[in-house]
Design a protein around this ligand. Sequence first.
Ligand code: AMP
Length: 287
Amino acid sequence: MRTLRTVADVRAAVSRARRAGASIGLVPTMGAFHEGHLSLMRQARERCDRVVVSLFVNPAQFNEQADLDGYPRHEDRDAALAAGAGVDFLFAPPAEAVYPPGFSTTVSVAGVTEALEGAVRGRGHFDGVATVVTKLFNIVSPDVAYFGQKDAQQVAVIRQLVRDLDMAVQIEVCPTVREHDGLAMSSRNARLSGSERTRATALARALASAKDQVAAGEQDAAAIRASAIAALASGGVEPEYFELVSPDTLAPVQRIEGEVLALVAARVGATRLIDNDIIAQAGIRRR
Ligand code: AMP
């Protein structure tokens, strides 16, 4: 595996691969790799001839300086893990290579960015995501780009971006990888203290309880939401939001009809966690 620092070096490596007829897979990340990241890399390795992983803690998508400053950074360990997953190129640029002096363009997706994470973290978060992902797509020009279902709203934003701007890239979404007790893997989990780590399992439990209620025939979204919030409270967690939405538009649903995505965000101590799950499938007839 080669580590590349500049846009020019990535372009040279990718165009050599393309001339040899190779397909290119891209996995955008902010590092501090765990099994979630590695599952994306392995998927890319299976499907594409060359795999590029970007490792860039994108300042533009952080709405809190403390979150950015405290974000875990372990490039040597990450490089070893990526190499082990069969990655060909690790693109780990310094911030100036991505945002040189005079940089003044923002890519902004409307609609799906407004609720949930957009409402809590502010407009700038998804602007930062859309701008850096657009740049990465332009730098790497991948055939396929891999994202995690863990960040469900980010997936909806990127699908909208690709559709609206006619980007010639296929978006692949990989399932959320969880710890044995259900906690969704996240680079931020490392910041949880012992007791916070225990409380953090309430997010996955609340999603599971919502799914159980749907399976038992409950169709009223407000009732499901209220009991999921109660499940969080009994685990010592107060959510920033717990919402039931349609997976593509992220529009809130009132009744369980067709596919329904439940999303939750909560602070556990100083650490902000998010999780989600499809709690109702399309095409299942209900009472
Ligand atoms: P990040 O480094 O947090 O920006 O994540 C990079 C990519 O990995 C994103 O597409 C995430 O959705 C994905 N990802 C993060 N955590 C998980 C997880 N637990 N399971 C699957 N994918 C994940």
